[in-house]
Design a protein around this ligand. Sequence first.
Ligand code: C5P
Length: 403
Amino acid sequence: MQSLLNKKIVLGISGGIAAYKTPELARQLMQEGASVQVVMTEAATQFVTPVTMQALTGNPVYTSQWDSSISNNMAHIELSRAADAIVIAPASADLMAKLSLGLADDLLSTLCLARDCPLLLVPAMNKQMWEHAATQRSVKRLEQDKVTLLGPASGFQACGEVGMGRMLEPSEIAEQVIAFFQKKTLLGKKVLITAGPTFEAIDPVRGITNHSSGKMGFAIARAAVEAGAQVQLIAGPCDLATPLEATGKIARTNVTSAREMHLAVLNDADYDIFFAVAAVADWGIAKPSKEKIKRQGKDAPSIEFIANPDILLDVAKTVKTKGGKPYPYCVGFAAESTDLEAHAAEKRQRKGIPMVVGNIGHETFGSDLNQLLVVDETGSKKIAKAEKLQLARQLITLVAKKI
Ligand code: C5P
């Protein structure tokens, strides 16, 4: 699935050492289906060449407002009218100051002033320059002018210092550009999500877990942030990266056992939607051994299980109504080996929740693809096989309508 299909992006580059990462950004935007038109300041050409950018994007690169190759010689108007967004990475302190004042003394700044499309800036500069009162004034003015700033991040800088001002990584920028274009159906809403498996320790080296990869829960977390929500993600053991982490719109708590997950969920309050996506172990180990259990000849040890708390059921018990709607709106998940529809409907009744989403088929574990069966008060409907992120976006749209 390409999330930027048919999108036309003007990719601006200003003069900063982080420009060495911009070719990779161009590639990632194009891999998502965008067409990329590069415009560079003169200073940017000291860091990355127009030839590189032209070869990667397949489009001529513009560096001067005096370029006569555009037929009416009005590149600043032509390029902005054709674009769905202008993304500038890196955006230097100088360029940000210029844009905040409405100055237009080269092609890129003129293009920004003449635009009728959104402008996204990805700042990159030394931490002293970022913290300078003048730059912070530029930031405030740009935000007042509805310019979107992506980052900066904190960390190791090319100058050898450590601090705020690092450009986001190309993958983080691409993720945020994709998010920018998604519908904001959950703006201002808070969403709690459990994801991944749990691990029930038998002793310090052994335990019981399941095949859940966490991919569906993480995809829902990404889709919820894309839709404008603030997300709390409670993840069992899985090595997936937190989606859209650099937005600050997602907080992640890592847990191991079902009991830890239960505590982490109940510790949270006041959220609009709860997605219980985690494959929680039904049973924990009654007395996990503090030492590794040694082999005793041919005898196998017997392990006593205890029932784990039902996290979703306990959240469902706290549901109130707000504006005539259930609060939080609870969505359960079902992975069954037989009779999915009947089991999902039974789960919905038993837990007293408005929606259960069934995973159709078993190949969903670890796969990027899935197929869903949504069971709610209106009956059941299938969501056709697609990438988990695409399904997650459809699910978010569906639930946003319910609340
Ligand atoms: O039928 P079952 O109780 O396993 O229902 C599965 C749903 O309940 C899933 O949404 C799962 O995340 C949630 N669940 C839970 N706590 C448990 C077991 C399941 O939240 N202990």
